[in-house]
Design a protein around this ligand. Structure first.
Ligand SMILES: Nc1ncnc2c1ncn2[C@@H]1O[C@H](COP(=O)(O)OP(=O)(O)OP(=O)(O)O)[C@@H](O)[C@H]1O
Length: 226
């Protein structure tokens, strides 16, 4: 469950949050296990909203609750625990260039304290499913754009998150892979994970019916069924 009440956000310049808000007066209720699209023109605030939901930044004003935790009053440790339940597929992927595919995917599990034996078979099966079985020892620089995007997807899914946030996850994927990914994300939401996907992909939006959070100039332009 995500509950935002009148949330505003300004980017920091130096140590101060300044300037025009990039998000303003956002009020949202997103039930657990739902699937939402997030749309809006370039610069509307989609990535900024996902980063707030991923606790990379905190609201400047308003109240934000994620998976039952009030993010502004939560202690640092509580926020860290909460982040372990959130899978994020960022637009810039954020793969570590010195780690191979396997270790990039294993990293969040290792940070969460999982033992190698417990995670190996899980990572191998997710790599096979994403068509990356032969690439597990490759470095990110040795992969195509679509392959790198699939590594970032695997890294988010392998955590079995309660909340999955994806920022343009089909950007570098071939059409068939985009459909496969959306099928997988829908299956994840049916199993109880809340899924929010920012996209400009009109074909997906038209074909796959889910409520759509529309942003415009940092404001909520509506949450509509599609
Ligand atoms: N680190 C930053 N510092 C200052 N302003 C920023 C920063 N990141 C983004 N912005 C500004 O915040 C606004 C919203 O950006 P954001 O990336 O959230 O939009 P978006 O809807 O995801 O766009 P796109 O579809 O192009 O990815 C834009 O005006 C952008 O220029």
């Amino acid at each position: 469950m995500i509950r935002f009440r009148n949330v505003s956000y300004r980017h920091e310049r130096g140590r101060r949050a300044q300037g025009r808000p990039v998000l303003e007066g956002i009020t949202l209720d997103i039930p657990q296990g739902s699937f939402h699209w997030l749309t809006g023109p370039s610069g509307a605030g989609k990535s900024s909203l996902l980063r707030l939901m991923h606790l990379e930044s905190l609201p400047c004003e308003g109240h934000a609750e994620i998976l039952g935790v009030d993010v502004k009053s939560a202690k640092r440790r509580q926020r860290a625990q909460l982040r372990q339940k959130i899978g994020f597929i960022p637009q810039d992927l954020r793969l570590l260039s010195e780690l191979d595919v396997f270790d990039n995917i294993a990293l969040p599990l290792r940070l969460a304290g999982a033992r190698f034996e417990a995670i190996e078979s899980e990572i191998v099966s997710i790599l096979d499913w994403l068509g990356l079985g032969g690439k597990k020892s490759s470095l990110p620089d040795q992969l195509s754009g679509g392959e790198r995007q699939r590594v970032a997807i695997a890294r988010a899914l392998v955590m079995r998150p309660s909340l999955l946030l994806a920022d343009e996850p089909t950007n570098a994927l071939a059409e068939e892979q985009s459909w496969q990914l959306v099928d997988a994300l829908q299956a994840l939401s049916r199993s109880g994970t809340t899924v929010i996907v920012a996209t400009h992909n009109e074909a997906l939006l038209r074909a796959v019916n889910h409520p759509c959070i529309a942003l415009k100039n940092g404001r909520l332009a509506g949450v509509a069924a599609r």
